[in-house]
Design a protein around this ligand. Structure first.
Ligand code: BEZ
Length: 262
């Protein structure tokens, strides 16, 4: 998945700003070695490092890692797949903010996290939880149904319609507390904290159209610019309840988890 890291960093700073309260929950100690899993452009790894702990950041996207390394030359960043990575030495804690909902091989990722931790090491994570961006997803489904000149044959292609449940094509993983806790227990964790909560999130100047372009257009790569513009307009109509007092507010729901490796 190739990201425009500069644009991400400029327009979506709220992603790591929201992660700052998760950092408080991580409570890094100077003696610790910590992995930031899905570090993006590195701002939270930078804050972990500033706390005195040693940090390594990994992300599957080379553009993100290049930007992170440019931002924080003193930190070790590496390109690695969250569902298939191995550290040279185990760490005291694995931290992950707003990354794991991109990893649909959730059990593989959880096994990698468990394997990376020392015994009693902690996993502190936040990701989109059950119901996350549901209004936007439902509006996308409606848009795909109603944009007439897409043509039957295009609408029926699963790669162009990955968001329609029930199937396993949803590009994101938004688990419930029960689902994610069970998965973590299965791979050897004890879950000590779990919270699912709404976080209505203003989308700033880029609005819903910008959010759709940044985060979901990649799943509709075969569409022409005109078809994409039609989709965006149809989504904006179907999700109009998210337009409040002059701005778009995404219906984010977060799952926050702290688990200890047993
Ligand atoms: C999220 O942070 O919840 C999210 C971001 C992009 C796409 C889907 C969800």
């Amino acid at each position: 998945m190739n990201w425009n890291a500069t644009h991400y960093q400029q327009q979506y700073s709220y992603i790591w700003q929201h992660g700052e309260s998760l950092l408080a929950q991580l409570n890094p100690q100077v003696t610790e070695k910590i992995l930031d899993l899905g570090c993006g452009t590195g701002q939270l790894a930078g804050q972990i490092s500033a706390s005195g702990a040693e940090v390594i950041g990994i992300d599957s996207d080379p553009n993100m890692i290049a930007q992170a390394q440019a931002n924080y030359p003193h930190i070790t960043f590496k390109v690695a797949d969250a569902a298939d990575f191995q550290l040279v030495e185990p760490v005291d804690a694995v931290f992950s903010n707003a990354a794991l909902h991109w990893v649909t091989q959730a059990e593989d990722a959880a096994r990698c996290v468990a394997r990376s931790l020392k015994p009693n090491g902690r996993f502190v994570a936040e990701l989109g939880g059950k119901g996350n961006v549901q209004t936007i997803l439902t509006a996308l489904e409606t848009a795909l149904e109603t944009v007439s000149n897409l043509g039957e044959e295009m609408r029926d292609r699963p790669t162009l319609n990955p968001l329609t449940p029930p199937n396993n094509l949803n590009p994101w993983y938004f688990p419930s507390i029960g689902e994610y806790s069970s998965l973590l227990e299965k791979v050897g964790f004890e879950v000590v904290f779990a919270q699912l909560f709404d976080r209505p999130t203003p989308l700033g100047d880029a609005g819903l159209a910008g959010w759709l372009a940044m985060f979901s257009q990649r799943f509709f790569a075969d569409l022409s610019a005109a078809q994409w513009a039609q989709i965006v307009s149809a989504v904006e109509t179907a999700a109009s309840e998210l337009y409040q007092e002059g701005q778009w507010i995404a219906d984010y729901r977060r799952l926050r988890i702290v688990a200890v490796k047993k």
